[in-house]
Write a protein that binds this ligand. Structure first.
Ligand code: NI
Length: 166
């Protein structure tokens, strides 16, 4: 297992627009594996290229507790979005903070896998939220730029009304 250092807010790397990934080679496979390892170790549900200093359109997402739902998203694009959900969100690059963010309830995402094969996924709820969050990273956007409000330290520990208001 190889983990990489997570870039934190304030670093310019997080504000850049990433380039498309054109090569589907061993280097990409290693990057995706390292990104998944880094995400799992940090107990996150998603991680995007810029968060490990790589300005390419790559991200990993896994919202399952047992790490069985890994998505490796290369050059991902949201091609359809439907509805809204409002709930809490955090980011491994913004440690110790959480906010309330409104996202689409359902998304259809088109992407390539590590071999360059074209894939399509329709998903909803928390996985849709995580995918939207990671895709924003690829365009230099953080959830703190789009949040409805920031949670207080007490709210981070407890229940917030927005979690009920799907
Ligand atoms: Ni993030």
């Amino acid at each position: 297992m190889a983990t990489r250092t997570i870039v934190k807010v304030g670093d310019d790397t997080l504000r850049k627009t990433c380039k498309r990934q054109e090569k589907f080679d061993l280097r990409l496979a290693i990057l995706l594996k390292d990104m998944a390892d880094t995400m799992y170790k940090a107990e996150g549900v998603g991680l995007a290229g810029p968060q490990v200093g790589i300005l390419r359109r790559v991200a990993v997402v896994d919202v399952t507790e047992d790490h069985t739902g890994l998505l490796e998203l290369v050059n991902p694009e949201i091609v359809e979005a439907e509805g809204t959900q409002t709930g809490r969100e955090g980011c491994l690059s913004v440690p110790g903070r959480q906010g309330v963010v409104t996202r689409p309830m359902k998304v259809k995402v088109r992407y390539q896998d590590r071999k360059g094969r074209l894939m399509e996924l329709e998903t909803e709820g928390f996985e849709a939220r995580a995918i939207c969050h990671e895709l924003d990273h690829l365009d230099g956007k953080l959830y703190i730029d789009v949040m409805d409000r920031e949670l207080t330290p007490e709210e981070i520990e407890g229940h917030i009304p927005e979690d009920d208001a799907q």
